[in-house]
Design a protein around this ligand. Sequence first.
Ligand SMILES: *Cc1c(COP(=O)(O)O)cnc(C)c1O
Length: 397
Amino acid sequence: MKISKRIGNVEASTIMELLTYSAEAKKSGKKVYHLNIGQPDIKTPQGFVDAIRNHKEEVLEYALSEGLPELIEVIQKYYKGYNIKFNKDEILIVNGGSEALLFAMLTICDEGDNIIVPEPFYSNYSSFANAVGVTIRPVTTYAENGFHLPKKEEILAKIDENTSAILLSNPGNPTGVVYTKEEIQMIAEIAKEKNLWVIADEVYREFVYEGEYTSFGNIEAAADRVIIVDSVSKRYSACGARIGSIASKNKTVMTELLKLCQARLSVPTLEQIGAVELYKTPSSYLKEVNEEYRERRDVLYNELIKVPGVVCKKPTGAFYIMAKLPVESADDFVKWLLKDFEMEGKTVMPCPAEGFYGTEGLGKDEIRLAYVLEKETLEDAARILKEGLNEYLKLNK
Ligand SMILES: *Cc1c(COP(=O)(O)O)cnc(C)c1O
């Protein structure tokens, strides 16, 4: 029996080794603050479980493959609030943004194709790309300028006849970057010139703390080539619901995507019923959550930049900070934090950033911090991280 080459190319989550370190630290009695994962701690709006609890159905049937009509309708309304106009048949419900990404790649890429992705990028992009036999061509962005995009020529230089799409997350995970209107327009222009798709991963749309946000859904000129990936996971702190959507004004791509939706039959009915209520959550909820994250970002950022040698522009979106540290190996630093360091019986766990890069050798001295702890806890964690980094730098001078 054989195992496919495709799956052989998919890397197992690199977090596993570090998890044994954090398990050891906890066993020894240390408290570990997790800044390594993007699992929000905000309460899921109550309407989600209430709707599920109140749902009466004698037989739990398959839902429609394209998704529950009520859910598609509230998502359509939600987009309207951002002046993004989708018809009902231009939105499909999927099992999280993850399935949206996989389905998008399966639909628009052949084996041997490549897609352009600004790096550092969400590491599951490469898992899905590898699984479908697609190569990621990274366009490197840098901590020094807040991970903004390079000049148009540099992106154009990566494109060849096998390039099928540009994929980007905006606001960005892991960078926290929010691309400017000019950057979004530049990507749209490139896509038009080179006849490419744009896969716009906008699952953090509300997590913008300064400046304006431009969605690819607002770029009329590229409407026929944009595919929008969305999800309730981060927006409504409902990662376990596994509800996402994929939307495009391109009829052909929607028809083809629907075939995959039909093949996997449906998305869980109860979670869709809960998700309808999520999208009815008053917008004050999103404002409050936004304010909370902005304050957390400031707490963490302000401590982090007190350490000399740290390179980090204040990120303006998502809930991550990527920082370049004056260390040789961020991986070694994180292991040291877990194994050899403690302050008042506590330590912190950042995520080494190498796994977010497609280019070999990059990101070795960088970490990603997720500010998904409440403010007081985060203040403590930020102080411990700062002290830990200072001590590590002294030891490794
Ligand atoms: C979390 C995340 C997703 C997908 O999340 P789902 O839970 O599958 O909806 C997609 N893209 C980025 C950038 C993410 O951070």
